[in-house]
Design a protein around this ligand. Structure first.
Ligand code: TXA
Ligand code: MG
Length: 507
């Protein structure tokens, strides 16, 4: 395609520059292409009644021309000029939800060219609520077709920068009105059937529609993997919104999903892959391995909708091989979020529990009396081993009176082996340390039995020796000369190597 100069103009939606709108309107009237913001995503505008303009739209997006366009209008009054009939239920819905993120399908009349509707006898129509969009539609002649302004197969654009990434040099103009409000495309409701049917979920939900007109159906091909039928909105059959990396959705209770994703990310990274993680504000601090991005707050899923496509685009830049995403509630806008995420993943999902059951412990806790010598030493030695799975490795003491540093002789021995305990601070064992995910290891029977007697429901407490099936105990070096510390260190190193082997064998 011939490269053209794309004009990029910023407009403040609270103070619209009429001159720019006029210029953009002229381009549209002459059959050109102008990308503009709406409340859902950026659209690639063209004159909807001009078949040639539709052809240009498909060419710029690299989109199959059997995938129909949505006609955007700015006044309900013009509807009669392009449809054969407006059903009563549609009237009610328009009164309630227009302008807004809702597209309605009607039977078209002869004014709408088949080039715009992909050969269909129906037409999709939407009245956006965005001030810049409304001004531009009016300036462009009142009927503006606008698919999402991305290259076909890439995530929809939620900022003018995204549009420029895909379409700079291929379209006449981009109007930059900042980031969009909603972030996922409009709900599509087919009004040519009764009950009306949702063909694409969006910010206007089934429940919201049913409050106004009673029963609403949902195209059953939307959230299933192996649907026999093609979806009713032609565009929904394409693997849209696809990031370059393989995306996988991890389903299950949030805490469990976090564990599963941590586990996969650790192992994939060890295998040499670059891994991306889609986390939330609530969970992001739990992750340690991979390129981790928050997609928004679980407490407000609107923020997730808003960031979804941006995060997918960012991962394209990172060139990760795999992306693992938490799953989200399908209430409200969540249904649209999961629909888009599921499509981006090509329906690849796994159950968190199927992964987490493959790892018994997630934390190894060494418990000694005062947590200033054997415990921290064992922990640091284990951290230096090559482990197949990720563990939080820590130490605690049974009687820690103040947060003292590690014993000086222990530190001297560690330094002679290119290790250090300089960051260690002795910490008292607490009830909360003894959860089901934690393997607790002591250095003698006495501490083991004290833990079992002092706390309730203690499950995974062993002496290091019994856990690795070795007779040898590492004695306390307390008050002994440095050489004894050295001997005990050597023994500890051997036992910790055996521990690492055992943890790796357990899978
Ligand atoms: O939020 C939106 O709707 C955005 C902004 C720019 O308004 N536009 C948008 O357009 O998402 P697009 O082209 O990316 O998606 C249009 C969807 C496609 O899945 C298409 O198949 C479906 O609407 N569609 C259009 N006309 C249709 C018709 N007559 N019958 C069934 N589905 C139709
Ligand atoms: Mg699209």
């Amino acid at each position: 395609m011939k490269v053209m100069k794309t004009i990029i103009e910023k407009i403040d939606k609270n103070q619209i520059d009429e001159q720019i709108i006029e210029q953009a309107g002229d381009i549209l009237q002459q059959g050109g292409l102008v990308a503009f913001p709406t409340e859902t995503v950026y659209g690639l505008g063209a004159n909807a009644l001009d078949e040639e303009a539709a052809k240009k739209t498909y060419a710029a997006k690299g989109r199959p021309s059997d995938n129909p366009l949505i006609v955007h209008i700015a006044d309900v009054g013009v509807l009669d000029l392009i449809v054969t009939h407006v059903p009563e239920k549609a009237q009610k819905i328009m009164e309630k939800f227009w302008p807004g993120p809702l597209t309605l399908i009607f039977n078209k009349n002869e004014n709408v060219p088949l080039g715009t509707t992909g050969g269909l006898s129906t037409v999709a129509i939407r009245m956006p609520v965005h001030e810049i969009a409304l001004a531009l539609i009016r300036a462009g002649g009142g009927f503006i077709s606008a698919p999402s302004a991305n290259t076909s197969g890439r995530p929809s654009p939620t900022s003018a920068e995204h549009v420029a990434e895909d379409l700079d040099g291929k379209i006449d103009m981009i109007i930059d009105g900042g980031s969009v409000e909603i972030g996922v495309e409009s709900t599509i409701l087919d009004m040519t059937v009764d009950p009306p049917m949702i063909l694409r979920p969006g910010a206007v939900t089934k429940e919201m529609l049913e409050e106004v007109i009673g029963e609403v159906a949902v195209d059953q091909t939307l959230l299933v993997d192996d649907a026999k039928e093609a979806p009713k909105a032609p565009g929904m059959k394409y693997r849209h919104y696809a990031p370059k990396a393989q995306l996988m959705i991890v389903e299950g209770e949030t805490g469990e999903a976090v564990k599963a994703i941590k586990q996969i990310a650790y192992e994939q990274t060890r295998l040499g892959y670059k891994v991306g993680i889609i986390a939330t504000n609530e969970t992001i601090d739990s992750y340690t391995t991979g390129i981790i991005k928050s997609i928004g707050a679980r407490s407000n899923e609107n923020t997730i909708a808003k960031n979804l496509y941006k995060v997918l685009r960012e991962f394209d830049e990172e060139e990760v091989s795999y992306i693992y995403s938490e799953a989200f509630d399908t209430e409200g806008i969540g249904y649209a979020i999961m629909n888009r995420l599921d499509k981006a993943a090509g329906h690849h999902t796994i159950q968190a529990g199927d992964i987490t059951k493959l790892q018994k412990y997630r934390r190894i806790l060494f418990v000694s009396n005062s947590d200033n010598c054997r415990g921290p030493m064992a922990a640091e030695l284990l951290r230096n081993e090559s482990l197949n799975k990720e563990y939080a490795i820590e130490s605690r003491g049974m009687v820690v009176l103040f947060p003292e540093p590690a014993n000086q002789k222990a530190e001297a021995i560690m330094r002679s082996q290119q290790m250090t305990l300089e960051k260690h601070v002795a910490t008292q064992l607490e009830e909360a340390d003894l959860d089901d995910d934690t393997l607790v290891l002591t250095f003698d029977e006495k501490r083991k039995w004290k833990i079992i007697s002092d706390y309730e429901n203690v499950k995974n407490v062993y002496t290091l020796n019994e856990y690795i099936d070795d007779e040898r105990f590492v004695p306390s070096s307390h008050g002994q000369p440095l050489v004894v510390y050295g001997e005990n260190f050597e023994l500890m190193r051997e036992l910790i190597k055996k521990l690492a082997d055992k943890l790796n064998e357990e899978g």
